[in-house]
Design a binder for this molecule. Structure first.
Ligand SMILES: NC(=O)c1ccc[n+]([C@@H]2O[C@H](COP(=O)([O-])OP(=O)(O)OC[C@H]3O[C@@H](n4cnc5c(N)ncnc54)[C@H](OP(=O)(O)O)[C@@H]3O)[C@@H](O)[C@H]2O)c1
Length: 300
């Protein structure tokens, strides 16, 4: 039997690459959508003409990195952050709606920024999204752009910070922490919704393979932690102290308050629907997760 094709928008990135490896191991044929054509990538212009034949599932994990510290938070950069998510998500949804041989499912990874940052509110997938700040407004447009016509299932995974050695927050933090220069951000009391990269990619695969899964899923570990608790767990896994707090005003100054809020503020988010579906986490506790990626050099 020919293997099933999964098309991944942004398949060259931190999440997309790992997802591609797992799917490949599970005998799927993986094709990326990238700005750069290559042997196993098609371009966004090609997607405008439709989906490749026999596409079984479509996933979107494309998006300009928000925490690219080399880029100032200018109106142009904000537009890029937004369009790279909304336009790519819409381009794949349009291609799915136009296609004659429909894929079974469209999985889009968005973020917990959909929920208003708070130290008191508690959110699960049934909680309303408020759309007040830049990120929650972006989330509303992003998820709206994902709409596909039935019978294609739509699964939107609102991911917390994705933790893994090769990208995202850990790649940025490991050096300072390794040299004992780590510490909590601001008061450290803000919640830090998180998920290990293995679990996020397993959850995407779970959504592809289980026909009863649809709608919003919170892509977070069930263990709710604060930034201060994360700092302690990561420093402990690296056997380093982490006493140097990063003041909130410094981040606001360096990154711009609107962007710095991704680090200085947080949300208490639980994965109620994910657990109801029976998904089993590999890393449901932050200490175990940190032990997996707290190493400076690649593991043999
Ligand atoms: N990492 C996290 O902690 C996290 C948490 C929550 C949500 N997410 C969401 O998950 C998605 C992927 O995150 P990631 O960490 O894997 O990001 P990443 O490593 O930066 O990769 C994203 C991919 O998106 C493509 N891309 C970048 N800029 C683009 C642009 N202007 N237009 C079109 N495509 C562009 C790139 O692929 P090509 O160069 O091949 O085009 C890149 O490989 C993002 O939408 C992000 O918001 C991530």
């Amino acid at each position: 039997m020919a293997s099933k094709t999964v098309l991944i928008g942004g398949g060259t990135g931190f999440i997309g690459k790992r997802l591609g490896e797992i799917l490949h191991k599970n005998k799927y044929n993986v094709l990326n959508v990238s700005r750069m054509p290559s042997a196993n990538s098609i371009t966004w212009t090609t997607v405008e003409t439709g989906l490749p034949e026999q596409t079984h599932a479509v996933v979107n994990v494309a998006g300009q990195q928000t925490m690219d510290f080399t880029r100032s938070w200018t109106p142009g950069f904000k537009q890029n952050v937004k369009n790279s998510r909304v336009f790519t998500t819409r381009a794949l949804a349009t291609a799915i709606n136009k296609s004659s041989g429909k894929p079974k499912v469209y999985v889009v990874v968005t973020g917990v920024g959909a929920y208003e940052p708070s130290e008191t509110n508690k959110y699960d997938e049934t909680s309303p999204t408020t759309g007040k700040d830049f990120f929650s407004k972006l989330l509303v447009e992003w998820e709206e752009a994902a709409k596909v016509d039935p019978p294609v299932r739509l699964v939107i995974i609102r991911s917390g910070v994705v933790l893994g050695r090769d990208g995202g927050m850990i790649k940025n933090m490991i050096l300072p922490f390794f040299f004992g220069l780590g510490g909590p951000i601001g008061s450290g009391k803000q919640y830090l919704p998180w998920i290990h990269i293995e679990d996020l990619t397993r959850l995407i695969t779970f959504a592809i393979e289980n026909e009863n899964v649809n709608g919003i899923l919170n892509g977070v570990a069930p263990h709710v932690i604060t930034n201060g608790e994360f700092t302690q767990a990561f420093a402990k896994a690296l056997s380093r102290p982490a006493f140097l707090p990063v003041p909130e005003f410094v981040l606001n100054f360096l990154l711009h308050e609107e962007r710095a809020m991704l680090m200085t503020k947080g949300q208490h988010v639980t994965p109620k629907r994910v657990l109801d579906y029976g998904f089993k986490y590999k890393y449901d506790k932050i200490d175990e997760a940190c032990m997996e990626f707290a190493h400076l050099f690649p593991k043999k």
